[in-house]
Write a protein that binds this ligand. Structure first.
Ligand SMILES: Cc1cc2nc3c(=O)[nH]c(=O)nc-3n(C[C@H](O)[C@H](O)[C@H](O)COP(=O)(O)OP(=O)(O)OC[C@H]3O[C@@H](n4cnc5c(N)ncnc54)[C@H](O)[C@@H]3O)c2cc1C
Length: 382
């Protein structure tokens, strides 16, 4: 086999489609499913176009809502609180910053297209061990014959076995926060706007979905999160409505809700010894500013570029080029999200002053706004 991808989440599925389209023989390990837990992903414009290039848009379009306006509201009660800041995609000449879709719908649609692709061999099994030699890596586990691949791509999430087998050092940390997720129906139109309320425990964000529906990502201190999570749907909806100042009118909960402890992870290298890491195997951070999966898709695009023209996909130079190409982008995003999250968690005056001044400058200075918007969208995927 040319390339074995371990992990069939959104990033592994995208990688399988991209590498198969480039003519590589691909094996994909893992169950291509995601839980229905109220979680959505906002895919920025470049990610959406990347998925379009993989033939996915017809299956995704109806399930996704455009993000035409992004609103930041300082809800910290800080002395330096500023009025809300609004970013409009039209200021950049774009129809939308990106599109928001339920994770379960995204993974389901991608899985159907991967399953119909004869160039991809799906092994819906867990990989237990990986053993590397100079020529190949052997993958073993229950339910399948050992398989040798010239390149192994770790898309196996934060507990990555591929990362461990490659001997890549990772640093991980936790935040005193838990994210509550839910799909909310509401009385008022969202007008394709997402609103991020910055509170002392972290952001509480509503992101539009098709119809009068929005997804909620609410970061809370773990004890408070546990109390709110225990509320029944009606009490939960009322609590959310109060938290977002009735922005979208009366709310109801649609389907199951989720809860995710907040943590971060960064790696020293993105590949070693015929193995490369993509997605959350290589980087984890809190869901602020819709960056995680977008960064994962940029990993896929970068690995694809590093593989261009190679006869051996696991050749040292391919891995080295990929590692080099991901250092700056991933470190920048991880650092920026971590810093913003930590300024919210502290009630120190200097941090409040800085955040307040930043928001004020953003609301008043057109060129700065456009720069920040472009930075948020930055990162080519072609
Ligand atoms: C609340 C929340 C909101 C978010 N919102 C956004 C957003 O708006 N925009 C955005 O870009 N990102 C967002 N993210 C981040 C985004 O969800 C993740 O970056 C993305 O889902 C990671 O995908 P992945 O494929 O790398 O990992 P995963 O989805 O974790 O997939 C890994 C897969 O590998 C499988 N696996 C693991 N080990 C093995 C093994 N040994 N053998 C076989 N299979 C294995 C697992 O079962 C799993 O299916 C959000 C995250 C959270 C928590």
């Amino acid at each position: 086999m040319d390339i074995a991808i371990v992990g069939a989440g959104a990033v592994g599925l995208a990688a399988a489609l991209a590498f198969a389209a480039d003519g590589w023989r691909v094996a994909l390990f893992g169950k291509p499913t995601a839980p229905r837990d109220g979680r959505t992903v906002a895919l920025l414009d470049a990610s959406w176009r990347f998925l379009d290039g993989l033939g996915l848009l017809p299956a995704l379009e109806e399930k996704a809502a455009p993000l035409a306006v992004m609103r930041l509201v300082d809800d910290t009660g800080s002395l330096f609180r500023q009025p809300p800041v609004e970013f409009m995609a039209s200021e950049l000449g774009l129809e939308a910053f990106g599109w928001n879709i339920e994770n379960v719908e995204l993974v389901g649609a991608m899985a159907a297209i991967v399953q119909a692709n004869p160039a991809i061999r799906i092994l819906p099994h867990f990989v237990s061990e990986l053993e590397a030699s100079d020529e190949a890596v052997t993958l073993t586990g229950d339910g399948f014959e050992p398989l040798r691949a010239r390149l192994v791509v770790g898309a196996d999430g934060r507990q990555s076995r591929v990362r461990a087998a490659a001997g890549i050092q990772a640093r991980d940390w936790t935040y005193p926060q838990m994210a509550l997720t839910a799909i909310m129906s509401h009385r008022r139109e969202h007008r394709d706007s997402s609103t991020e309320f910055h509170t002392r425990s972290g952001p509480c964000t509503l992101v539009p979905l098709p119809g009068r529906r929005s997804s909620l990502v609410w970061l809370l201190e773990p004890g408070e999160a546990a109390r709110v999570a225990e509320l029944d749907d009606a009490a939960f909806a009322a609590r959310v409505e109060r938290q977002v100042h009735s922005l979208l009118g009366a709310m109801t909960v649609e389907g199951p809700r989720g809860k995710v402890p907040m943590s971060g992870l960064s790696v020293e290298h993105f590949g070693a010894g015929r193995m490369a890491l993509i997605g959350e195997a290589a980087h984890v951070f809190p869901p602020i500013g819709a960056q995680g999966l977008n960064l994962g898709l940029r990993d896929v695009a970068a690995l694809r570029r590093s593989l261009g023209g190679a006869s051996d996909p696991g050749f040292e130079a391919v891995i080295a080029a990929y590692d080099k190409s991901r250092q700056t982008d991933v470190r920048l995003r991880t650092g920026a999200v971590d810093a913003l999250n930590r300024t919210l968690l502290t009630d120190l005056l200097p941090a409040d002053l800085l955040r307040g001044a930043g928001l004020l400058a953003l609301s008043r200075m057109g060129p700065l706004r456009r720069l920040v918007m472009r930075q948020g969208l930055a990162g080519g995927l072609s």
